[in-house]
Design a protein around this ligand. Structure first.
Ligand SMILES: Nc1ncnc2c1ncn2[C@@H]1O[C@H](COP(=O)(O)OP(=O)(O)O)[C@@H](O)[C@H]1O
Ligand SMILES: N[C@@H](CCC(=O)OP(=O)(O)O)C(=O)O
Length: 358
């Protein structure tokens, strides 16, 4: 197997790990761990983002009907995560591979310190040849604190670790040009950075145990590819899919990467939280989204919608309030307010610290 990738993030959906009856698919997990062990012996670093805690919990306990939905999910995930990791631990051990559990929340990506602590931990694990197995900390991630799904989490991890590729394993062969269950639908081989209208060809439904569905999966994959990281969506229920994919001989969908973004830009792209909000005019919007190295100057600002301090992440929005991107402020809201519309002033956001979201 000759692959140009040296560090990959592999995301496995609940459906890949679960049989139709809801019980964990041990043969599947065995095949996946064997593949990862082989990739590792070929010098490829692998970070696994694995769903399946809730599904695994269902195989251990029955939640009483009257339990509220949040408590039920917490209960199933807390119980199931232990079993899931025990299964991985045992199966990786057969290949002499050590694995580790990393549970994260959305908050960990919003706070620079948490972010760096997390990143340092991954670095230490990889340097020590340990396979990190990442999942959302479902016990504390409740409703608005939750990731959209583990695809979003995998995208954030891939950007944070500057991975060479993100591989998303689902229960379909890739992104189809229509409902995969309908005759005539075929797998789209490549999706380019400009494609955004996924809802026009992707059915809104999701698989039996999945959370996000293919529309959110594709939107996330697109976002990661725009940072310069190729994203592959393939069928994890097929034996040896990772090995086949990395040898370029299985049908799947590739989200073709754009220009590689800097570490700071990757961080900006992975953080959803911004303190301030700055509104800009049409000219500034066009310039900032042109793909050129253009900074946000006060002359293009029309209003400061929410306060911020120097060094904070700010949201840049257009006159209709639509998000254009995220940036790091070079000075605080008070100074920015004084300079609104003025020429020849220092940029509020330098282009190295701006990440467009459109
Ligand atoms: N155009 C499409 N191409 C591929 N899958 C689609 C499409 N439209 C809808 N889907 C559905 O999306 C599901 C995968 O998304 P999801 O349920 O989130 O899976 P996972 O648990 O792997 O994250 C597939 O099982 C499929 O039924
Ligand atoms: N953290 C949850 C997974 C949630 C999730 O996003 O699942 P999926 O859509 O199958 O990737 C669990 O382990 O059950």
């Amino acid at each position: 197997m000759a692959s140009q990738y040296r560090k990959i993030v592999v995301k496995i959906g609940s459906n890949v790990l679960t049989q139709k009856d809801g019980l964990p698919d041990l043969a599947r997990i065995q095949n996946i761990t064997a593949q990862i062990a082989q990739l590792r012996s070929n010098g490829i670093e692998v970070i696994l983002v694995s769903s399946g805690a809730v599904a695994s919990g269902r195989s251990i306990i029955t939640v009483p009907d009257k339990t509220d939905t949040i408590a039920a999910r917490q209960l199933l995930a807390a119980v199931g995560q232990v079993k899931l990791l025990h299964t991985y631990y045992t199966m990786f051990a057969e290949h002499g591979v050590v694995c580790a559990q990393v549970l994260v929340t959305k908050e960990d990506f919003r706070d620079r310190k948490h972010y760096l602590n997390m990143k340092n931990c991954f670095t230490a694990l990889l340097q020590n040849k340990v396979v990190p197995i990442v999942n959302e900390n479902d016990v504390v991630s409740v409703t608005e604190l939750m990731f959209t799904d583990n695809d979003e989490l995998a995208g954030l991890v891939a950007a944070m670790l500057n991975a060479d590729a993100l591989i998303i394993l689902s229960n379909v062969d890739g992104v189809f040009n229509g409902d995969p269950k309908q005759a005539g639908a075929t797998v789209i081989k490549e999706i380019h950075a400009k494609e955004t209208n996924f809802a026009s060809f992707i059915a809104p439904g999701k698989s039996q145990f999945g959370r996000g569905g293919m529309v959110t999966k594709s939107a996330m994959a697109q976002k990661v590819a725009r940072l310069g990281i190729p994203v592959h969506v393939a069928n994890g229920t097929k034996d040896d899919i990772l090995l086949g994919l990395l040898s370029n001989d299985v049908e799947h969908t590739k989200f073709v990467p754009g220009k590689t973004a800097s570490g700071t830009k990757k961080w900006l792209a992975t953080t959803a939280e911004a303190t301030g909000i700055v509104q800009v005019n049409e000219g500034a919007k066009t310039a900032l989204t042109s793909g050129k190295a253009i900074s946000l100057l006060p002359v293009g600002i029309v209003a400061i919608k929410a306060d911020f301090s120097k060094g904070d992440i700010i949201k840049v929005v257009d006159e209709a309030g639509v998000l254009i991107g995220f940036g790091i402020a070079q000075y605080g809201a008070d100074k920015a307010r004084e300079r609104i519309g003025e020429r020849n002033q220092k940029a509020l956001v330098h282009y190295d610290y701006f990440y467009p979201s459109i």
